[in-house]
Design a protein around this ligand. Sequence first.
Ligand code: KE4
Length: 428
Amino acid sequence: MLSRAKSEARFAEALQHIPGGVNSPVRAFRAVGGQPFFVQSARGSRVTTVDGDQLIDYVGTWGPAILGHAHPKIIAAVKAAADHGTSFGIPNPFEVTMARLIKQFVPSVAKVRLCNSGTEACMSAIRLARGFTRRDKIIKFDGCYHGHADCLLVKAGSGALTFGNPDSAGVPADFAKHTLVLPYNDVESVKACFAANRGEIAAIIIEPVAGNAGLYLPRPGYLEFLHQITAEQGTVLIFDEVMTGFRLAPGGAQERFGIRPDLSCFGKIIGGGLPVGAFGGRADIMDCLAPLGPVYQAGTLSGNPLAMAAGIAALEELRASNAYNQLEEKGAALESGLCDAAKSANIPVTFNRCGSMFCGYFTNDPVWSLVDAMKADRERFKKFFHGMLSEGVYLAPSQFEAGFFSTAHSEADIEATVQAAAKVMKTL
Ligand code: KE4
């Protein structure tokens, strides 16, 4: 069992100062019940709580920790950079190195702008696509999350093909109405939407592998279809690779699936755990950005030397090591172990995985969309989550989040995880 006293005391104080006691809602454990533990430190595949418990971590700070926590080369890079100052607000060599590295990893990126979060990257890419096309409407997909910009906190309206409705308080209907929300993996709805909005759609933004409703993949041919119809319609195709970028392959999902989007959004891994975002792609679109063009976008800490130093160290280590083959091998071992555990406990689980991202849904049916994901047994997931936590394994605290593992996850970690799952599954 996890000892909790110090975490509970910390959380009680946090609740006095911070809404919900957290600086990002998913950390509050609302989807699984109970209170979050507090982390004292993290190294490799593990986090250590303020109560001294060590947990095998399958969240990896939601994606950045692909090399494990506190990788020595990242820590050394940040320490060395910090000795020369923490922020300049004037161009620094690191940001050019980072831009060059992103272009080397992702061939569809001819130019790139750095910013400070995935939200900023997606918000800016949308504004850029609207400025470039001089159109207002955008298409997003059910279950995909692109950060918390007003125009992206939108759910399908009654006229799904014509209007979006706000998906959060504080978002005016006027800010949501230009966002059209369609089902993922559904070709016909995209065709109908373009027919109902001829010449009006600035962009499609999509997670090429959807990692914000658990994890589901594009059906064969789906991304190719989106690439073709956007090219025909003069619409900008934006891949939100904030999570998948530099994770599913050196060039992200677009490398894995062989698609060149017009723009891509990045974050997480390129900051080595420090605040970061980036968006890039076709030069004719990117050159519409201020100070060259009329689309304004800015950021005090964009290209920050510490975040750049950390991200450069991460990308260089990913390129120098055999990281992606290692992650595929580890993923296959984890997947087969967890599926065997479910089978021997006679528990229906659909296990979706792409590289080092995964989600086990407690359902018998395949999961290709949000509607499918909603069929999963969330009560069973809650029990599984807390059972695994008691066994020293920290999974994403929601059935509707993806799990991540790193090059630092050892065979022993994966074996311990599988053993824990076999034990906990029997109690569900
Ligand atoms: P940030 O603004 O949180 O850096 O990035 C937003 C974002 C954009 N696009 C995708 C595909 C994302 O997954 C995210 C953020 N991911 C969530 C995890 N589901 C971050 C966790 C959180 O909100 O605390």
